[in-house]
Every structure is written in C-alpha cells, then in structure tokens.
Design a binder for this molecule. Structure first.
Ligand code: AMP
Length: 432
C-alpha cells in the first residue's frame, strides 16, 4: 500500500513525502483508515513502529475541516507519559503540518507556567501534554475542552505504570462525551484493557503480531559479569571497539548513571548522564547533544530514556537489567529503528540472573551468551534453580509530571560490522 491510497489530503501527503517516507508502516496502514472513519481505536504498537504518524496524520486531516463549535481550545489532545515523548510528538505534528495552517503546543512539567498559560489563552488546534501538568492547568480553570474532538492516549501502558491512571480518567471525564478516543499501548492487557473499556466506545482493535515480544531487527546478547568493576570493563571494551555508532546505556539508578558517565568521560569517551534529577533544559540539551553526535554514549535511567526518539542508536547496553521484564523490550526498542539493525548487550551481574530468567521467559527466547577474550567471568552461569530469589523493587509512582527521554536514529551506521559477526562466534575479541 502507498500513502496515496490512504485518502489523506495533499496538504498532509506533501510533508509525508518530504520526510522521505515511501510506504506506510503496518500500524499506519491499519490505523489511519480507522481514525479517518471516526471510530475509537485501541492498538498495540510501540515506539519504532511509526505509531505517531498513525494518529497524527488523520488527526491533522480532521483539523483541516473547520470546527463545528466555537471557542479556542484544542480539537485534538494527545496525552503522553513523559515530557520527552510529548516534545517528540509535537515535533512530529510540526513536521507533518508544514503545509496546513494549524496551531500546536505542548504542556509539560518542568517548564515555566507563564508561556503555557499564554498558549492556553490563545487559539490551539492540537495540544500534546503530560497528565500531571495538564491537570494543574485544568484545576485552575485554564483549559477549554469544548471543541475537543479527538483524545489520544499514547503509550497508555506507560502512563498507567507511572501512576497516571486517575489523572488520565479525570482528564478524559472533562472532555466531550462524543469525542473520538484512540489508545496506543505496547500491550493491550490487564489494566490497559480495563481503562480502554471505560474510556473507549466500541473500539476497533489492532494488534500488531507479536510486536512487543521480539525485535527481529535487533541482535541480542549478554555477558556474564562478576562485579560492577567487571561490568565497567566490558562496557569500556565495547565503547572502545570502534564498532558502536551511538549507544544508550541503561543503569538502575540516577547515581549509577552519573558514575558510569563520569568514568567513561575520564577515559575520553564522549558520554553524558540523563536522569530525572536533571532540569528539563539540561535533559533536552543532553538528548540534542546525542542526536547531533556531540556525545556518543548516553547513560540513562529508564524513566529518563522513555520516549527518546533518536534514529541512529546502534547499541543499547543494559549495564543493569531492568527490574520489570517488560522494560527490557522498551529499552532495546531504542535501537534497530526504522529498519536498521540494532544491537542489545546485557551485562548480567550476580544480582541480575533472576531478572534475566524473567526477561527470557517474556521474550520467549534465550539471549545469546558471549565471552570477551581477556574479560572472561570467573564463575560459570548459575543454574536456573539456584538463581537468587530477588524481590522486585516496587516501581516508582509519580503523582504528577513525568520524566523520560528516548533515543533512536535511523540507518546506516556500519551495518553488519559488529553484532552479527559477534553473535555467530559467541566470542568476541577484546579491543586492543
Ligand atoms: P514512531 O514509532 O512513531 O516513534 O516512529 C518511529 C520512526 O519511524 C520515526 O523516526 C519516524 O519518523 C519513522 N517513520 C514513521 N513512519 C514511517 C514510514 N512510513 N516510513 C519510514 N519511516 C517512518
């Protein structure tokens, strides 16, 4: 199928073509006709599948028709779990609305209230917001939803994980009942399904086959590490190998992210930390530095890395494994985007084996074991039955605001150079 067959207005197709998109992705082929029909939709699609354009393009098409209601408030509201994702979506809206006269804005935590209030007083067609700050404005009576036609819940599973369930319901309750509601989520199970039942009316459902289980374009492998010091050496081995283009390293804590980034900088590796204690501007600047190549390695916590959209991340490295197995899928999805091959490397220390078992169960495959010459582990892999029973730490709840970051980038780092060869040999040479 081609974009021309989707019944989109030429004013929308023009910027799509300028973006270099040749064919609509699966989610776009399936979701765009549903959204254009006016039906509610719930879709399982995660970042990297082209889901943003799947709702932005038909939403823009709706905006091209004059509103039947008077007022200045937004006609489309997109709720996202994190600030970075909100900015990303807003950037996509700008990209695709170059030939249309629409006004768009974002309301996110960590930014000054003044400009947001001024924006809310003016005419707005599309608004992208994180739930906490939007609710703040709503409580002050500053948001006019009388014109609202479409409500999009983007990364709904994340919003619920981050404790935004009540905020999302309160916001939805403040919008017109005859709105169209679109829900995008990595999974359509459990709480997400319950929320969908409450907020959507006879929704069409689209499930992209096994999209959340396997990343076919990502080579996954792991190293057994004896200790933190061993992890650090393995990390440096990869970063110094010259095979990585841009990398995203995940740590369990903010302090861990700072420490790892500091050690890497001391070895003259261009790196920076990204975590929720940094100001919004500093986070934005750091992500921009990665995007522009001023830094090559971002050491981030999960919360900070959520929503990051940088297309040319060649490697995701799990310095610490995530506590929640689903997060592994989200993390590694930051590479291998837009049809590039990506590589995911996990450093599995003594405290990580149980988590690895849970991840392997979730993804339904064993992650390839690899040993780096000169950096062999001193012990063998613990048997599955003896892996320490670690209690998962409770996930942090947020009452307001959101924190995140994300990355990705497309294409053409030295494809085929590293991971594929490595994985076949199961053994990699230590960089000289
Ligand atoms: P998303 O899942 O919306 O975060 O998009 C993932 C990436 O794919 C973004 O960088 C988009 O610009 C890109 N993308 C979205 N749709 C297409 C398409 N039809 N063809 C090529 N790239 C696309």
């Amino acid at each position: 199928m081609q974009f021309d067959q989707l019944n989109l207005d030429p004013r929308i197709l023009e910027p799509v073509k300028k973006s270099g998109f040749i064919k609509p992705t699966d989610i776009q082929q399936r979701a765009i006709p549903v959204v254009l029909s006016g039906a509610d939709l719930m879709a399982s699609a995660q970042t990297g599948t082209g889901k943003t354009a799947a709702f932005v393009l038909p939403a823009l098409q709706r905006i091209l028709r004059p509103s039947r209601k008077s007022g200045n408030g937004p006609r489309v509201l997109v709720l996202t779990p994190t600030r970075e994702l909100a900015m990303q979506v807003n950037q996509n809206i700008r990209q695709f609305s170059r030939c249309s006269k629409v006004s768009t804005g974002s309301i996110i935590g960590g930014m000054a209230y003044g400009p947001q209030l001024r924006m809310l007083r003016g005419r707005l067609d599309l608004l992208v917001a994180t739930p906490g700050r939007l609710l703040d404005h709503m409580e002050q009576g500053k948001v006019d939803f009388s014109r609202l036609e479409i409500l999009v819940l983007d990364e709904a599973d994340r919003m619920l994980d981050m404790g935004f369930i009540d905020a999302v319901k309160d916001i939805a309750a403040a919008t017109p009942k005859d709105r169209q509601t679109l829900l995008f989520s990595a999974t359509l199970e459990g709480r997400v399904l319950q929320v969908a039942k409450q907020l959507l009316k006879n929704p069409e459902s689209i499930a992209l086959a096994a999209s959340n289980k396997r990343h076919k374009s990502i080579e996954q492998h792991m190293h057994h590490a004896d200790s933190k010091a061993h992890k650090q050496k393995l990390l440096e081995h990869h970063l110094e190998s010259g095979r990585l283009f841009k990398s995203l390293v995940f740590t369990a804590t903010k302090r861990g992210a700072e420490q790892v980034a500091k050690v890497l900088r001391s070895k003259n590796l261009k790196s920076a930390a990204l975590h929720g204690d940094m100001s919004q501007n500093k986070r934005r600047q750091t992500v921009e530095n990665l995007r522009k190549g001023r830094i090559e390695t971002l050491v981030a916590t999960d919360v900070a890395a959520r929503g990051l959209d940088i297309k040319d991340i060649s490697h995701v490295i799990n310095y610490d494994l995530p506590t929640v197995a689903e997060d592994y899928i989200h993390r590694i999805g930051r590479t291998g985007r837009a049809s590039a091959t990506g590589f995911a490397i996990s450093l599995v220390g003594p405290a990580d084996w149980k988590k690895l078992s849970q991840i392997e169960k979730l993804i339904g495959q064993k992650v390839k074991r690899e040993i780096v010459d000169g950096l062999e582990p001193s012990s063998s892999e613990p048997r599955a039955s003896s892996r320490a029973e670690q209690k998962p730490r409770p996930r942090r709840k947020f009452s307001k605001g959101a924190k995140s970051a994300s990355t990705r980038k497309p294409g053409s780092w030295r494809k085929g150079q590293s991971g594929s060869k490595q994985s076949k040999s199961f053994r990699v040479k230590k960089a000289a």
